[in-house]
Design a protein. Structure first.
Length: 177
């Protein structure tokens, strides 16, 4: 078991998980804390997904396990993750693959903030269907995550710059070594 828990940045699409994750990596590097940073969307992006696993969670976990097994000095590294964890049953699967516990920090933002971020992500008319799908998914996912209530901490990032949000995550999680 690793000496410190992984940090899982959770939240809806468009809330800023990937951006905050990048800043978490910067802050760890500045502090001399070894880390492995993983945006889970990249580990599961494959199309088409299996009918029984529309969000490719099995592929994500398999790839995360491979990455963790291949990590140099894994016991020395803090694992920083950004993704979506929607139900309590998923958490132990991540912890088993990682070989450590997790602190789950959910980012939330007002609906208009998320919509504006998604508008910026998909400005091209040709990608309008992606924007509309993600906007609907953000609303749906916010309800799912609220009902699941599985996060250890929640941070409203509506008016918080990403680096400050990352600092807030580290303050909530506490010492990592």
């Amino acid at each position: 078991m690793a000496p410190h828990p992984a940090i899982f940045v959770n939240g809806t699409v468009g809330v800023g998980k990937s951006t905050v994750l990048d800043h978490l990596g910067d802050l760890c590097e500045e502090a001399g804390q070894p880390f492995t940073l993983v945006d889970l969307d990249a580990l599961r992006r494959s199309w088409p997904p299996p009918r029984e696993d529309p969000f490719n969670h099995q592929l994500e976990l398999a790839n995360l396990g491979s990455l963790r097994r291949n990590d140099l000095e894994p016991e020395e590294r803090l694992v920083l993750l950004a993704g979506v964890i929607e139900d309590r049953a998923a958490r132990p699967r991540y912890e088993r693959v990682l070989g450590t516990g997790m602190v789950v920090v959910r980012l939330v933002a007002r609906g208009e903030v998320v919509r504006a971020r998604l508008d910026g992500r998909y400005p091209e008319p040709a990608r309008e269907r992606h924007r509309l799908w993600h906007q609907a998914r953000a609303v749906e996912l916010a309800r799912v995550l609220d009902a699941a209530a599985l996060d250890d901490h929640v941070i409203d990032v509506s008016d918080l710059p990403a680096r400050q949000a990352a600092s807030a995550v580290l303050r909530l999680v506490g010492p990592t070594s």
